[in-house]
Write a protein that binds this ligand. Sequence first.
Ligand SMILES: NC(=O)c1ccc[n+]([C@@H]2O[C@H](COP(=O)([O-])OP(=O)(O)OC[C@H]3O[C@@H](n4cnc5c(N)ncnc54)[C@H](OP(=O)(O)O)[C@@H]3O)[C@@H](O)[C@H]2O)c1
Length: 295
Amino acid sequence: MEDDILVKIHASSMNAVDWHIRSATPFMARLMGGSAKTLFMKPRFPILGADFAGKIESVGQNIEQFKIDDEVFGTVKAGSHAEYICVSEKDVALKPVNMTFEQAAAVPTCGFMALQGLMDKGNIKSKQRVLINGASGGVGTFAVQIAKSFGAYVTGVCSTRNLELVISIGADEVIDYTKEDFTRKGESYDLIFDVVAKSSFSKCKSSLKPEGIYVTTVFGLRPILRKFWTSMTSSKKTIPYFGKPNKEDVILVRDLIEAGKVKSVIDRVYPLKEVAEAHRYMEKGHARGKVIITM
Ligand SMILES: NC(=O)c1ccc[n+]([C@@H]2O[C@H](COP(=O)([O-])OP(=O)(O)OC[C@H]3O[C@@H](n4cnc5c(N)ncnc54)[C@H](OP(=O)(O)O)[C@@H]3O)[C@@H](O)[C@H]2O)c1
């Protein structure tokens, strides 16, 4: 209690991982988000949702960084699709000053996923050629903007209806995946970030420069074995990863937002009572940016 912060949530956002855990597809998601006690028959936490933005209602006596009425945003393991949440100091940061609660709730998970994929795993550098596969989704819309903020030349892969959107958030080039296969264009990239896990290293290998890096959100034993095998046999790299919530990364993204380099792309907004509908929509896999839940 003395280390807790009570936040009145104004808005929360959905992530693909929420419906993966709920529906146990792939089952790996339920293994990570379920519990052996229930034989992994249901999610471990009854209230789903990781990201939130809201106002601090009360603070424990050991809390020094925050006070009542501070506007904050952050991410937790679960429980943000709710009116109130109890969090610790490491889970929250002050909300970007230039964002509404809805815009801020869109940021944490997709922001750190995009940042870690590009910076920690992809070792992104200025002037590199970077391709983002899945540029119009939750993580992709942040990845395009963050890659641009590093000074990269960015190609976004999306479908016809999202070409304009991906250009509008800064992509230098777009490839329509319904018309062209980016791996067959004869282009080569320093970094391919497959956010939506719709390609594979073997398909993308010839589109990587000699020291190129392929980062994917596909996780599991096979991509990990592939990573080690490739590191022994090629100058190219393949890196599967599962993002880790990290307050410092969320703050780095907030700095980019406040510098005007990154903004949230919001597709739909659902009231809390329609959260099931929001899941049904996300589950189709065609969200354009983020889906928001308001309280
Ligand atoms: N903690 C973590 O590690 C963590 C957190 C968040 C997300 N993730 C993972 O990251 C992945 C991406 O998440 P997300 O939030 O970006 O998902 P998302 O928002 O649901 O992605 C939807 C987007 O993907 C695009 N898309 C679908 N098929 C495509 C294809 N073949 N080629 C290119 N784009 C395609 C869709 O565009 P169209 O409508 O045009 O098809 C849509 O805009 C998920 O697999 C998720 O599990 C992991």
